[in-house]
Design a protein around this ligand. Sequence first.
Ligand SMILES: Nc1ncnc2c1ncn2[C@@H]1O[C@H](COP(=O)(O)OP(=O)(O)O)[C@@H](O)[C@H]1O
Ligand SMILES: [Mg+2]
Length: 395
Amino acid sequence: MIRVLLSENTPGAADEIARKLAQADDIKVVGYARDGLEAAQMAVQLEPDAALIFTDMSGMDGFQACHMASLAAPKTGYILIAPADSNNQETWQKAMNAGARGLVTTAASADELIAAVRQAGALTTHMAKPEFQLVTDVSKMPVTIAVTGAKGGIGKTTIATNLAICLQKEFPGQVVLVDFLGQYGDVPLFLNMQPAGGLGELMLLEELDADMVRAQLAQHSSGLWVLAAPDGNDMSRIQPNIRVPRIADLISILRSEYRFVVFDAPPLVGDVSWYLLSRCNYVIVVTYLIDLAAIRDTATLIETLINSQRPAESIKLVVNRRSQRNPFSTADLQQTVNHDIAAEIPEDSTAVTSALNEGIPLVLKAPSSPVAHAIRGLTQDIIAELPKRGQQGQG
Ligand SMILES: Nc1ncnc2c1ncn2[C@@H]1O[C@H](COP(=O)(O)OP(=O)(O)O)[C@@H](O)[C@H]1O
Ligand SMILES: [Mg+2]
């Protein structure tokens, strides 16, 4: 039932409107206001689904009454009723500025009035939709994470895969891992999957929608969703289509469908990579203490990220392959990089290699191994930083 507040500019005008609305059995009149101030006050008190206010009310005029009421009781849909000869651009502009959701004239038929009330009165219905929850509930806001690094072979895929599996455990079915343009189809290897489609197929389509994206995802036995990289053999055909607007669409779709989107992102290769990083809530920068070039390149990468307006706390520096035998220390790293270390992942060739050979992520194959432990810790840190329900702020 749509609860509607009526008003009148001249005695009897509200009754006439009530008569017209009486034809609709889903509309119920809950009040009559006799001047502009009263219309605004009653809208605030009664919080009707819709309110019909004449523009030429006595006292406070209808535009002003609508403006005040729409600020004080924003869940009501306000419809202004203008004189028959004023259905023009200027009146529409004034109505919009006053926060109205509709404008009719005194010449409106019963059908037109009813349609306007049904349209404007549906605000609370929209608020019940899942999209509204997604927008307003910070605990449902999507989190996009890029795992990257200044060079190859540093542990990005190892970390991205295991991190995604850890998140999947906490948020079943809500995590997707994207093998972002990795040339060798690394992610499927780590997970022992042979997905048929993937990112390449999506890049070849004219336009993207959620169904098309879903059709290219493969599900790992853990429940994790995976978007595989383009097939290396197809790269020459796909490459020209890998453009920022297409990647923008893909990220938006994934963010609206999944709580966590983890990108295994290769070292920066141009505007597409930069765009990806700019869209991520977190950038995990993987490095190690094995060669000086890697440390220097990591410093450059972090500096560039910071210079592109990214908040420092959204960059998580992760030291991989940590061991006594590393030629450099974390102190050396911090001196060069000037950024806090978020996690240290120990060197464990035996465990990491055998997990890779079997295609079982280490956090599943050897959950009590030190590497698995460290990646779980990193996951928990990220989860702990997520805004909770009722909190304000960004994820
Ligand atoms: N913590 C670790 N201990 C031992 N070996 C590791 C560790 N992390 C990664 N590796 C090994 O390093 C190699 C590169 O890892 P990978 O995750 O594929 O790096 P990237 O994705 O950055 O190229 C792999 O052979 C992997 O087994
Ligand atoms: Mg890789």
